[in-house]
Design a protein around this ligand. Structure first.
Ligand SMILES: Nc1ncnc2c1ncn2[C@@H]1O[C@H](COP(=O)(O)OP(=O)(O)OP(=O)(O)O)[C@@H](O)[C@H]1O
Length: 228
C-alpha cells in the first residue's frame, strides 16, 4: 500500500542555512494496516506526512502509494493522486469556516475520482454521527464534532491510505478517545490503511508496537542552529 525508499527532504531557513529534516531509508505499510509513529514536536513528522501525501515534493527518494509513484509526479499529478487515494486528518481540522459541514465534506470530493456526490457525503456524515449537523457551520460545532467532520472529509472518497497528524491534539481526553476510535473503525470498515503520528502516549498505547519516528528518521527533524 505504502512503500518508501531513501526519502530525503531539506529546507533552507530564513538565515540561508540548509538543513535535512527528513531522511528515511525504508518504511512500508500493508493494505488495511494501522500503524502509529511516536513523533515529538519538531521531529519532522508533519514534513514526512506531507511528503507521503504529495503536499510537498521530496528532494530525492521514492514513495509508492497503492502502486503509483508519488515522487515521479509534478504538483498537479500529486494533487490528483492524493485526491484519489489519500485521506488526510489534520490536528487543526482545516475546515472552511464559510462552508457548511456538508459543503466541507463535498469539497473534499470535488477533486476525487467520483466527483462531488451529495448522497455519499451524507452517508459518511451519518456514519460519524453528524446527521443533525449537516447544515451547520464549523463554528457552531464543538471541537470534537469539528474533528468528526474532518474524519468524514478524509474518508469520503474511500481512500486506500489515511494519514493522521496528531489528530487528537486539540481535543480533551474524552473526545480524544472517541475520535481515535472513530478514525480506527472507519478506516477498518473502508479497508483503508492508517498511518497516525502523535506524541500522546494515551493515543500511542492503543496501537500494538507504536514506533519511534526519531528512530526511523536519520535527519532528526529540527534544523540544528548553525548547521550547514
Ligand atoms: N517550509 C519550510 N521552510 C523551512 N523550514 C521548514 C519548513 N517546514 C518545516 N520546516 C522546519 O522543519 C523542521 C520540522 O518541521 P515539521 O513541521 O515537520 O515538524 P513536526 O515534527 O511536525 O513538529 P510540530 O508537531 O511542532 O509541527 C522544523 O525545524 C521546521 O522549522
Amino acid at each position: 500500500m505504502l512503500a518508501i525508499h531513501a526519502l530525503k527532504k531539506s529546507f533552507v531557513t530564513p538565515e540561508g542555512v540548509r538543513g535535512a529534516v527528513v531522511d528515511v531509508a525504508e518504511f512500508a505499510l500493508g493494505a488495511g494496516e494501522q500503524v502509529a509513529l511516536r513523533g515529538e514536536s519538531g521531529s519532522g513528522k508533519t514534513t514526512f506526512l506531507h511528503l507521503i501525501a504529495g503536499i510537498l515534493a521530496a528532494d530525492s527518494g521514492k514513495i509508492m502509494v497503492d502502486g503509483a509513484e508519488m515522487t515521479a509526479l509534478g504538483e498537479a499529478g500529486r494533487d490528483k493522486l492524493r485526491a484519489g487515494k489519500i485521506g488526510y486528518i489534520f490536528q487543526t481540522f482545516n475546515l472552511l469556516q464559510g462552508c457548511t459541514v456538508l459543503e466541507n465534506v463535498m469539497l473534499g470530493m470535488a477533486f476525487g475520482p467520483g466527483g462531488a456526490d451529495r448522497g455519499r457525503a451524507k452517508e459518511i456524515l451519518r456514519r460519524v454521527g453528524l446527521e443533525a449537523r449537516m447544515e451547520h457551520f464549523p463554528r457552531q460545532l464543538s471541537t470534537g464534532q469539528q474533528q468528526r467532520v474532518a474524519v468524514a472529509r478524509a474518508l469520503v472518497n474511500r481512500p486506500k491510505l489515511v494519514l493522521a497528524d496528531e489528530p487528537t491534539g486539540n481535543l480533551d481526553r474524552r473526545n480524544s478517545a472517541e475520535a481515535l476510535r472513530l478514525i480506527r473503525e472507519t478506516c477498518r470498515e473502508s479497508g483503508a490503511a492508517l498511518l497516525l503520528v502523535s506524541h500522546d502516549e494515551e493515543v500511542l498505547a492503543q496501537f500494538a508496537g507504536a514506533r519511534d519516528f526519531a528512530a526511523l528518521n536519520r535527519a532528526g527533524g529540527m534544523i540544528a542552529e548553525g548547521s550547514k
